[in-house]
Design a protein around this ligand. Structure first.
Ligand code: SF4
Ligand code: SF4
Length: 452
């Protein structure tokens, strides 16, 4: 497929990066199935970047589907809503796949639950008025997004109303929607682009109105021609440009997407708004449309369950707070050769072992790798080949960062901009000496944060 940037000044790609095997065939042709309810859900009070929410329900209280159970007192936070009809249990603590221990509200299902058909219909189905989106009062959009508890669904889980709050000092010219999904295995966004293209377009238009952006563009990698087609059809007659960009990891990262589409470079330590751009993910855009046009809070999300270690890979619309174990059971269980559970994809996801952990708003996938996939080659000494430097999309020197972290030389780590590393894993993927560069960098960053 030839590149089509619809008149945007980018080159369709970014410098460096890697090409890991895509392995999307496990689940790419499996339409999204709906799990409308669970026997119980566990809702962590921190499912987003920012301050935890405060519970507004008590143990033994009955709650309904869509009712707010925890509110956000701080600006950088997002309220949480019940995805089921049920009874609240005593607040406990859960561990998330990233290792954080956070308070969580358990809810046990009671009474009738929303049907799969009804849930699909109100979440992604039916007609979406793109005209209404294009004329919606901008000042009401941010409030609706906040009320619905929407956070970035691509993995970062940043509260969306904060991202789209108008900043008079840093006007936004372009709203970019991320349809790249460059991580191997994952097909969550791909299926959404095929099956929920109208709400994605409506959400993109609304997000652009909220920030006052003139240009609206969706970037999709050239390995997803059907998604390009579906979104082009849905966007016909609107201001939304559907752009095809090169397939390369990590093309779906915010800074790399900005470079590919509009040719601008976000400065080290800066944000997209510093170069007049706001970025959102396709799933987040669909959730924005639901919140603004239908008043729907974020209670469910699409999660791809994939990999060689799961019996029947699927894409599922699931209640937030459902245990990963229920998803595994729904997909026929683990195969005998299942070797590692990863929340997210194999490059940036978190390996975990406890299937009782809950799906959160930022969970894009459960990847079950096989024992062969995770066979670990022994680490050897760095041979100074420089491949990690050539692969780093942030122009960092990963070998130096790993060395500084290993020796706890925080001054050196800072000098080499360790905090600019967004842990994409390109360096570790390419390293012939099998150095655990990302783990070392993560440790170095944690040491620096603790010192601050
Ligand atoms: S890729 Fe690995 S072996 Fe090569 S310079 Fe980087 S750390 Fe050293
Ligand atoms: S140093 Fe960080 S940003 Fe650079 S390739 Fe490694 S993980 Fe990615």
């Amino acid at each position: 497929m030839s590149l089509g940037l619809e008149g945007l000044p980018g080159s369709g790609t970014f410098a460096h990066g890697v090409h890991p095997p895509e392995r999307k065939n496990f689940s790419s042709d499996v339409p999204i199935e709906v799990i409308p309810a669970a026997n119980s859900v566990l809702l962590p009070l921190t499912q987003h970047v920012g301050a935890p929410c405060a519970p507004i329900v008590k143990a033994k209280q009955a709650v309904s589907y869509g009712e707010m159970v925890a509110n956000a007192e701080a600006f950088v936070s997002a309220p949480i809503h019940s995805p089921i009809n049920g009874k609240v249990q005593k607040t406990g603590v859960t561990t998330l796949p990233n290792g954080r221990h956070v308070p969580a509200i358990p809810i046990v299902a009671e009474g009738d639950q929303i049907s799969a058909d009804q849930l699909w219909e109100e979440t992604f189905g039916g007609k979406w008025s793109l005209n209404e989106a294009a004329e919606f009062a901008p000042e009401k959009i941010g409030a609706a997004i906040r009320q619905a508890g929407i956070v970035g669904q691509g993995g970062a889980a940043f509260p969306t109303h904060v991202k789209f709050a108008k900043n008079e000092k840093k006007p936004i010219e372009a709203l970019l929607v991320n349809g790249c999904e460059c991580e191997p295995y994952l097909t969550t966004d791909y299926r959404l682009m095929l099956e929920a293209s109208e709400p994605i377009i409506a959400g993109a238009i609304l997000a652009a109105r909220a920030v006052g952006a003139e240009t609206i563009a969706i970037g999709i990698e050239d390995n997803k021609p059907k998604a390009v087609e579906a979104l082009k059809a849905a966007a016909a007659g609107t201001a939304v440009k559907v752009c095809v960009i090169h397939t390369k990891y990590p093309q779906g990262s915010e800074k790399q997407l900005i470079k590919a589409l509009v040719g601008r470079e976000v400065p080290v330590g800066g944000l997209p708004m510093d170069v007049g751009v706001a970025v959102t993910n396709v799933g987040t855009a669909a959730a924005i449309a639901g919140a603004v046009l239908r008043g729907k809070p974020l209670t469910h999300r699409v999660v791809c369950v994939t990999g060689g270690g799961i019996a029947q890979p699927k894409n599922l619309l699931v209640p937030i707070g459902i245990a990963f174990g229920e998803l595994v059971a729904y997909c026929g269980g683990l195969k005998l050769n299942a070797g590692r559970l990863v929340a997210g994809g194999p490059m940036m996801g978190f390996a975990f072992t406890d299937l009782a952990m809950p799906v959160t708003k930022g969970t894009s996938a459960l990847t079950v790798l096989t024992t062969e996939d995770v066979q670990k080659a022994d680490e050897t000494a760095c041979i100074r080949c420089g491949r990690c430097v050539d692969a780093c999309p942030m122009n960092l020197v990963p070998t130096k960062l790993a060395l500084a972290s290993r020796h706890k030389d925080l001054e050196l780590a800072q000098r080499y901009h360790i905090m600019a590393c967004f842990e994409c894993g390109c360096c570790a993927y390419i390293c012939p000496a099998n150095l655990p560069i990302v783990q070392l960098v993560r440790t170095g960053k944690a040491l620096l944060m603790a010192k601050r």
